[in-house]
Design a protein around this ligand. Structure first.
Ligand SMILES: [Zn+2]
Length: 268
């Protein structure tokens, strides 16, 4: 029974997310979106046509912090990338920099992140180190072209079905945004493995990453929603405000966007 419910829930999410494919922007009508100062106050009131909502009738949910961003704009830090919402083969971030934290692999490309994410990653690694937690960065930006090679190698070794669960098809990888970094530690031999989630380092990341704008994008038991197995090492930068809202919700990013009514906001 639980499986049936999970399946129906998944269908609903896919239908909702699927229905907004092709929408290029979220309306920024000031009557529909809270202003920055209102967001900062943690509450806002909504005026409807010919009707004013009382001041004390506030929306106490996290106030749609992502509405000021465009989840279908590739260069937005809030961009939603998954199997239903791939990036184009031509998208490349224009502000990639080398991360200034300890890394595992030699490839210059994957030691890059977008500036804002690289800065936040350094802050997070430094804060962890102050608590005696040593993190290592393993794989950041990947171009569309690199993902083509990676996916094809995986298909050759493990077959296409496995490749689609464990790797990502070109365009469907968050690494192409320059906002995702896979992290690891000496305690798991610098590998990307599920065991990382139970290490001291993995637990620290799980509890603290959102303070620095990152979420664990593929949580345990959510493969039917995210499309990917549990990856305690894959961190996605969303910005501190949005990452904290997603963390507090306990939801995946996909579920969070549905829960927050993003579909009705963009489905005019
Ligand atoms: Zn990753």
């Amino acid at each position: 029974m639980r499986e049936v419910i999970a399946f129906l829930y998944r269908l609903t999410i896919l239908a909702v997310l699927g229905s907004v494919v092709g929408c290029q922007s979220i309306p920024t009508d000031p009557n529909e979106s809270p202003s920055q100062s209102q967001i900062d106050e943690g509450q806002y009131t909504v005026e409807r046509e010919g009707e004013e909502v009382a001041d004390n009738e506030t929306i106490d949910e996290s106030p749609s912090v992502f509405l000021k961003e465009d989840i279908f704009e590739p260069s937005s830090t809030a961009v939603l990338v998954n199997k239903q919402h791939p990036l184009s083969d031509s998208y490349e971030p224009d502000d990639l920099v080398l991360v200034e934290v300890p890394t595992v692999l030699e490839s210059v490309e994957i030691r890059q992140l977008r500036q804002v994410a690289a800065d936040s990653l350094k802050e997070m690694f430094d804060a962890a180190e102050e608590e005696g937690i040593i993190l290592l960065a393993r794989s950041g930006y990947r171009s569309y072209h690199t993902q083509v090679q990676l996916f094809n190698n995986y298909v050759e070794q493990h077959g296409e079905e496995a490749a689609n669960r464990y790797s990502a098809r070109p365009g469907e990888s968050e690494h192409q945004t320059g906002l995702a970094m896979d992290v690891t530690s000496e305690s798991v031999a610098k590998e990307l493995t599920e065991a990382f989630g139970e290490t001291e380092e993995g637990l620290w990341v799980k509890e603290n990453a959102h303070h620095f704008g990152f979420i664990i994008r593929y949580p345990e038991g959510k493969e039917s929603i995210t499309g990917y197995i549990y990856e305690p090492w894959h961190l996605r930068y969303l910005g501190q405000e949005l990452a904290t809202a997603v963390y507090d919700s306990g939801l995946t990013y996909e579920e969070f966007l549905v829960e927050e009514g993003i579909d009705s906001e963009i489905h005019q």
